[in-house]
Design a protein around this ligand. Structure first.
Ligand SMILES: *Cc1c(COP(=O)(O)O)cnc(C)c1O
Length: 360
């Protein structure tokens, strides 16, 4: 049984209450520490907070992690780095995965961001800022997405280059037995052994591959937020959705766009105030489920933009709210029902939810 949080109980008296996304920032810290413990004291554990901390709110999330001792943060874009600097103040190191793109110089300079450079062009552009402004370099060891090509990397003058970090990214780290992991590891070592640079190879999945993959710094994202492949992580979010109305259906009545669901017996259908515009994927139509104090209730009919219809015929009492992320259903279980991954569930959670931050 889950215990309804006080705001959910208050819905009884406030039927227009908002959908509420509850984010436990202490659990994020606990997950960060658990991932850190996997790689031991000599390895620094960074924190990836791109895409608004995977949809959970970069301000409260990054601040809480910094209070717990995180000092090295990663975002995708310089604009995200500028926002993060305002949250964290001058001490934290903020790395930008997309590097130094045209038009970024002003943000990088003003907010003291550290771009992770991905090409000789980016390196030239960055060096125009002067030799003192820090940077890292990403090498593409086989992912084929972002990073400097090995030949370009080898052609650099390593006597004079002073990157604060050299990193690469694994393509298949969520599949421990995939031969690509060992192959990328060996390419990364071949390209960087003996050069004396600080190195990083692993996101959440790579941390789980063991110490060979840890180098000096790890870069977990999804594992902080309770997602796979980190099975040891604890769920961070709960999502509670108010019931707008409950309708009584007769056998043969249909529900929703396209009449995709027909009542075989008398039924009670609860209509919920959230839909695919809020990240509750349309692929959950006739396949997802919500929970009423721990009891599963199937989604019937199509998920629409702002509304979901749920069969609550079997409940003893009409619910005021239903939970879609809760003790009985985490982001990866919901993702499986919707044909996607936990990352996409989290980053799709829309701006219409009231985000409530709680500590343990
Ligand atoms: C997003 C990202 C990460 C974090 O990945 P997770 O799988 O969420 O841990 C780390 N490194 C790079 C380069 C990334 O793009």
């Amino acid at each position: 049984m889950i215990s309804l949080d006080p705001s959910a109980r208050a819905c009884k008296h406030k039927p227009m209450s908002n959908p509420t996304l509850t984010i436990n920032t202490d659990t994020i810290v606990a997950n960060w520490q658990a991932l850190g413990a996997l790689s031991g004291g000599a390895v620094q554990t960074g924190a990836v907070v791109k895409a608004d901390a995977y949809g959970l709110g970069v301000g409260p999330v990054a601040k809480r992690l910094a209070n717990a001792g995180a000092s090295r943060f990663f975002v995708a874009l310089a604009s995200e780095g500028a926002e993060l600097r305002a949250v964290l103040g001058p001490a934290a190191e903020i790395n930008i995965f997309s590097g130094h793109m045209q038009g970024d110089t002003d943000l990088i300079s003003r907010h003291k961001l550290t771009p992770i450079l991905n090409s000789p062009e980016q390196l030239l552009r960055h060096q125009e800022m002067g030799k003192l402004h820090p940077f890292g370099i990403q090498i593409d060891t086989g992912m084929g997405r972002l990073g400097m090509q090995p030949l370009d990397w080898l052609a650099l003058n390593h006597e004079q280059l002073r990157p604060s970090l050299v990193m690469s990214h694994l393509a298949c780290s969520d599949e421990p037995d995939h031969p690509m992991n060992a192959q990328q590891l060996s390419v990364f070592k071949e390209l960087t052994d003996g050069l004396g640079y600080q190195r990083s190879l692993s996101a959440t999945g790579g941390i789980l591959l063991g110490p060979d993959y840890h180098f000096d710094l790890t870069r977990p994202g999804i594992g902080l937020y309770g997602g796979l492949p980190f099975e040891g992580g604890r769920p961070v979010v709960e999502l509670s959705l108010p019931v707008v109305q409950i309708r009584d259906l007769q056998p043969g009545d249909t529900v929703g766009y396209g009449n995709t669901w027909t009542a075989r017996n008398k039924a009670k259908i609860a209509t919920i105030a959230a839909g695919y515009a809020d990240g509750l994927l349309r692929s959950l139509s006739n396949s997802g489920q919500l929970f009423a104090a721990g009891t599963a209730c199937p989604i019937v009919g199509r998920v629409s933009m702002d509304l979901i219809t749920v069969d609550v015929s079997h409940l003893k009492h009409a619910p005021d709210t239903l939970e879609i992320l809760c003790e009985q259903q985490n982001i990866d279980q919901l993702a499986t029902l919707g044909g996607t991954i936990g990352y996409e569930i989290l980053t799709s959670l829309g701006p219409r939810y009231k985000r409530r931050y709680k500590t343990a």
